[in-house]
Each structure stands twice: as structure tokens, then as C-alpha cells.
Design a protein around this ligand. Sequence first.
Ligand SMILES: Cc1cc2nc3c(=O)[nH]c(=O)nc-3n(C[C@H](O)[C@H](O)[C@H](O)COP(=O)(O)OP(=O)(O)OC[C@H]3O[C@@H](n4cnc5c(N)ncnc54)[C@H](O)[C@@H]3O)c2cc1C
Length: 269
Amino acid sequence: MIPAAFEYVAADTTAHAVDLLAQHGDDAKLLAGGHSLLPMMKLRLAAPAVLIDIGRARDLSGITVDGGELVIGATTRHADLASSELVKADAPLLAHAASLVGDPQIRHRGTIGGSLAHADPAADLPMALVALGGSVELTGTAGSRRVAAEDFFTGFFETALADGELLTSVRVPRRPGVPWGYQKFVRRANDWAIVGAAAIGGRIALANMASVPMRARAAEEALAAGSSPAEAAELAADGTSPGEDIHADREFRQHLARVLTRRALEHLS
Ligand SMILES: Cc1cc2nc3c(=O)[nH]c(=O)nc-3n(C[C@H](O)[C@H](O)[C@H](O)COP(=O)(O)OP(=O)(O)OC[C@H]3O[C@@H](n4cnc5c(N)ncnc54)[C@H](O)[C@@H]3O)c2cc1C
């Protein structure tokens, strides 16, 4: 459980982080909260030669309003999302999702950018962002580009981040007062979802039902056509082919997707 030797550099600003990424190339990894990267390094599943710490870049953190969107800096921590009055008012689904990530220690170190870039299909914030129809801003030496959450997750722990790019901020549509539901099935309180379901405004997203967080489109279409939540939820697992592990086989995950979607649609906040 001891990582391979590495060099450590701290970025003061976003621009500095982009420069450091360009300078160190493939040898480098960004370090945000470290709560996914450091366990992987200790298990020797990752062995970057250089860690670029973005935790001190003040321009990468914070929550602001830009017209109809919340703009959340990449290094904003889960605990700050969960307690932010702005997020609780305009995107309560996201605040709730952040409050369910791991335990207090993880929520006080882990960041939204780190969680999205890590792209674990079982994670809370990727599913929440897909349900909310959010997007991310990616910045490299060539400038910045915006990518919709659904296009950002490209495969199992894979994203649209190109070499030398940094996820700088997350944009979430402001939806005050729009009813939402969030269900996470776990074995222990601080675990990742065995399956998760998030619903808001006719959109439904699922965690751990594919290699990426996905929309339950058949259920969404049924809802739009006037089906009841229970009828629509019966279609939540349509087209899914989830993985199997010691916690659940494919059929049990598909059952959970139907049950959790029904609960998410019926128990709206
Ligand atoms: C015991 C435990 C329980 C957990 N439970 C849950 C849970 O219930 N739900 C859940 O969703 N998550 C859970 N997590 C994961 C937690 O949310 C992590 O904090 C999160 O996945 C990673 O965020 P981080 O800031 O720690 O990223 P890091 O570990 O620092 O980085 C993760 C990866 O993202 C890259 N990266 C980081 N920031 C950026 C950026 N701005 N731009 C580009 N790349 C970047 C890094 O290079 C690295 O590859 C748990 C973790 C642990 C250890």
C-alpha cells in the first residue's frame, strides 16, 4: 500500500495548472481531493511520475450564478456543495447527491471535478449531473470548450478530457422548485451505489447500470406519453446490460433500476 515514487508540484492558478500539464505530458496526473487517485496509487493501479496539485488554485473553487446556470469550480468539495444555500435552492438534487458521497472525511476532501473526471459509473455526482442536464468546461493550451454531461462520460472510467486538458468548472441549469427524486441502493452507508436513480423534470438518470451514467430513455418517453410513475418505472431497465459483481448480478441490478426509478418518481421532494 505504498505508492511508487513521484514528484509533487502545486499549481497556483488554472493557467499554471494548464502550463504544468503541458510541460509534464503523459507523466503527470492532476491531484484534487486525492480520494480516488491516492488509493489507486497505493494499489499501484496508477503510477504517475508527477502529481500536479490543483487544490491550491483558488480560481478553481467556488459556486456562482451565471444567468440560468450555477457555475461550480472544479475543486469545490462535496461538503460545500451539500451545504451551499445556492445549490440547495437552485439544484437541490445536486446538494442531496453530494451529501450522500462516502463519509464526512471524503466529503471534506473530494471535489466535484475529481469525481466527474474519475468517471466511476457507480458515483453520485456523474449521475446527478446527467439527470440535471449539466455540462462541464474543459481547458487546455488551445482554450476552453464546453461538453454536455452525457457526452463527457465516454466509457468505464473514461471521459472526453483530451491530453493536457483540465476540467475547470461545472454548469448546472438552475431549477428552483422543480420536483426531484433521488434513490441510492447501498450495502453500507458510505458505499458507492449498487444502483442509483435520479429524476427531475421528466429526465431520469441511472448509476451503475452501464459503463457510464445513463438516461432511462424508455421510462422517460413513457412518462412524457402520460404513463404513471409505476408504469414508466417498469421500463427503467430497458436496453441496459449492467455489469455483475459480488454485490449484484445483472438481473438484480435491472430489478433495482425499476424499483429505484419508481421510488424516485413517486417520492419527489
Ligand atoms: C471510502 C470511499 C468511499 C467513497 N464513496 C463514494 C460514494 O459513495 N459516492 C461517490 O460518488 N464517490 C465516492 N467516493 C469517491 C469520492 O467522491 C472521490 O472524492 C471522488 O471520486 C474523486 O474526487 P477527488 O477530488 O478526490 O479526485 P482525485 O482522487 O484527486 O482525482 C481523481 C481523478 O480525477 C483526475 N482529476 C481530478 N481533478 C481533475 C480536474 N479538475 N480535471 C481533470 N482531471 C481531474 C485525477 O487526475 C484523477 O485521475 C468514495 C471514495 C472513498 C475513498
